[in-house]
Design a protein around this ligand. Structure first.
Ligand code: COA
Length: 169
């Protein structure tokens, strides 16, 4: 399969925060943001694999700043690394002040998707070739994150997690 670039999977979702999507502090409800991130990631993973995909894992989410009601929120998702049948998708979340045009990064997340056939059986995905320094950095670290996720979900023996072990050498 021919390698693809992360930019080919780039997915950008921009939407408002409405009152029905907030917590008692009038900020975006975490579960609502997770759902929006999942949708953006799912499209990015489908763009890369040109296949049906399922969410295998939410590896990491950092809610660094509250997002007040009325905010304009942009979610940017890109496949950061493709493995055999799975893909890591990296999400950056921004808010935007429409008066000034200023943008602020508020959250980020990392999801794992698996390409599947119509029976739900995992299928191969194209490799990925990172281009920018940030894409290369995220690509390099992705195997470590995959191993951590597999260890935490009981799918990998910690003794086999070579990339994790390197952190402590
Ligand atoms: C994800 C799923 C397809 C994996 O199927 P499986 O039969 O266990 O297949 P495998 O063990 O071959 O795993 C497939 C790939 O997923 C990866 N994977 C599975 N669980 C993972 C996890 N928790 N973290 C990271 N990667 C994971 C495997 O490492 C493998 O990657 P690779 O082929 O790129 O090396 C299956 O568990 C599933 O369908 N889960 C439900 C998905 C779903 O419904 N999501 C919606 C949320 S409710």
């Amino acid at each position: 399969m021919k390698a693809k670039k992360p930019s080919q999977s780039l997915t950008i979702l921009t939407d408002l925060v409405l009152p029905g999507e907030t917590n008692p502090l009038d900020s975006l409800f975490g579960g609502e943001l997770l759902a929006r991130m999942d949708r953006a990631c799912s499209i990015a993973a489908q763009r890369h694999s040109q296949s049906i995909v399922v969410t295998a894992s939410v590896n990491h989410v950092a809610f660094n700043k509250a997002v007040p009601v009325g905010s304009v929120v942009t979610i940017q998702a890109k496949v950061s690394r493709a493995f055999r049948t799975s893909m890591e998708v990296y999400i950056d979340v921004w808010t935007e002040c429409l008066k000034t045009g200023d943008k602020e990064k508020v959250n980020e997340g990392i999801y794992t998707f698996v390409a599947v056939d119509e029976h739900g059986t995992p299928k191969l995905v194209p490799p990925i070739q990172p281009e920018t320094p940030l894409e290369k950095e995220r690509f390099e670290a992705a195997l470590r994150r995959k191993q951590l996720s597999l260890v935490l979900s009981g799918r990998m023996n910690p003794k086999e997690a070579t990339e994790l072990k390197k952190l402590f050498d």
